[in-house]
Design a protein around this ligand. Structure first.
Ligand code: TYD
Length: 138
């Protein structure tokens, strides 16, 4: 699974006035950006995501606070903690993801290479495992 996600470290253009982080599509991340959304106000009990995407790639950035992302390719899984505004997590298509352990101040920014299309989401874990030919672990 290590070759399926990528932890990115964005540059800091800050100065004495404060920090500035720039993320340019197809330069700082592997795709052109078509969609931006952000998740906040999820408490620590909540599990979000719980889906895989046939067409969408994402970059997740906790611009404030922290959260954890469990990434599952159908064969193995790994947990990545997002806890720095300059850290990005790139996720390709066809990985199952769960986001959880949101801090009270968590603002999770998500960049995507697609416009929203509910039909490209796989929300059934068994269906996901079947499509990737993996082994069920939950
Ligand atoms: P959902 O996919 O459940 O969010 P999460 O990423 O936490 O799993 O999305 C919640 C609702 O918002 C659902 O009805 C679909 C809608 N939605 C859009 O219309 N556009 C989007 O870009 C996203 C991410 C969600």
């Amino acid at each position: 699974i290590k070759d399926q996600y990528k932890v990115l470290e964005f540059g800091d253009l800050g100065d004495e006035r404060g920090k500035l982080v720039v993320v340019e599509g197809a330069r700082d991340i592997p795709f052109e950006i078509k969609r931006v959304f952000y998740i906040y106000g999820s408490d620590s009990e909540v599990v979000r995501g719980q889906h895989a995407n046939r067409n969408s790639e994402f970059v997740l950035i906790n611009v404030s606070g922290s959260s954890k992302v469990r990434v599952d390719n159908g064969f193995e899984e790994e947990v990545i903690e997002l806890n720095r505004p300059r850290m990005g997590l790139y996720l390709p298509t066809m990985v199952w993801k769960d986001m959880y352990d949101f801090s009270a101040d968590s603002v999770l920014l998500v960049l995507a290479n697609t416009h929203y299309d509910g039909n490209e989401y796989i929300r059934d874990y068994d269906e996901f495992i079947k499509e990737v030919g993996g082994t069920r672990r939950r």
